[in-house]
Design a binder for this molecule. Structure first.
Ligand code: AHR
Length: 307
């Protein structure tokens, strides 16, 4: 469908080195840094010339980067959209220029699949459900369990879907209620700040923290310790990503569980770029397969981790 729209790769570019323009949304978390590294390494390995621009979590910077790729006449554009909405205009411009676009990690809304060739990334909705399933399976011996939710970047696909997936599962368990939620922008400092604010209001009435990523969970751990409570014991913490730092926190007994979100998307992305340039049709969604880890087996699982 997408290739039939008249924006197939230019013939004259097929024999030269492929040039890929990648707009990365920022460097806000360990996950993101591992993702950027994976893309750079994979491009090098695949012999693809990569123009990599970072956007400090700002949509206007990403739009500017995509426009500069169009002006430079790259063969393929890929980007990780900081927020879901507001991309139609620039993606139309890429389409008009005949440059195919790939979405990496985060999705866009409205999901107009005439504007991109494929999405490569995780199922964020399922990650939210997995975090909630882990929690309900803990069988906490309390009539009422108060949860603090540390949300990711406002209007971003992972923040929206992880919230939705989590809410969908706990809706069936009236024992759990989210009593406070706010955005920590996927950063450790943001997580620490919200957790501090939540503790100031609810103190030891907080039983669980659900963080949309590990960095915010690590910030929350600091805030909980500063408040004089024990993270992982007085307050259970479940987060998303499964980074090395999260494993260390689980091994220290300060984080209880982390749901995997794999940042190593580089090889799949380069594969998709090559397929596209060879004129092959791509599936609309390429979803990475992921697991859930907990403190009990962290030491063993850590031996097999790659980020
Ligand atoms: O889009 C993926 C999310 O973005 C990761 O879970 C988070 O750590 C990152 O900032």
């Amino acid at each position: 469908e997408y290739l039939k729209a008249g924006n197939e790769p230019k013939k004259e570019n097929r024999s030269k080195k492929i040039v890929l323009g990648f707009s990365q949304l920022g460097a806000e978390s360990d996950w993101r840094r591992a993702n950027s590294q994976s893309i750079k390494n994979a491009a090098l390995e695949a012999g693809i010339e990569l123009i990599f621009l970072e956007a400090d979590q700002k949509q206007d910077m990403q739009i500017h980067a995509i426009r500069s790729f169009i002006t430079q006449g790259v063969d393929v554009i890929a980007f990780s959209p900081v927020v879901e909405g507001g991309w139609d205009e620039v993606l139309e411009e890429a389409k008009m220029a005949g440059i195919p676009v790939l979405l990496s990690d985060r999705a866009i809304k409205p999901d107009d699949n005439s504007l991109y060739a494929t999405f490569i990334g995780s199922d964020f909705l399922e990650e939210g459900r997995r975090a909630a399933r882990w929690l309900v399976e803990k069988k906490i011996a309390k009539k009422s369990v108060n949860v603090i939710e540390l949300e990711g970047t406002i209007d971003s696909a992972p923040a929206i879907d992880r919230k939705k997936g989590f809410a969908e599962i706990i809706a069936n368990y009236p024992q759990f209620q989210v009593i406070y939620s706010a955005s920590g922008d996927f950063t450790e400092a943001g997580g620490q700040e919200i957790m501090k604010a939540a503790l100031a209001i609810y103190g030891n009435q907080i039983h669980v923290v659900y963080a949309h990523n590990d960095d915010m969970a690590l910030g929350a751990i600091k805030a909980i310790e500063e408040f004089g409570l024990r993270p992982g014991k007085d307050i259970l913490i479940v987060s998303v990503d499964a980074t090395a730092a999260a494993f260390k926190a689980m091994m220290a007994g300060k984080l209880n569980s982390t749901v995997e979100c794999n940042p190593l998307l580089g090889p799949q992305l380069m594969q998709a770029v090559k397929s596209l340039m060879a004129g092959r049709q791509l599936p609309m969604r390429i979803i990475t397969s992921e697991g859930v880890f907990s403190a009990e087996t962290a030491r063993q699982d850590y031996l097999h981790r790659r980020y």
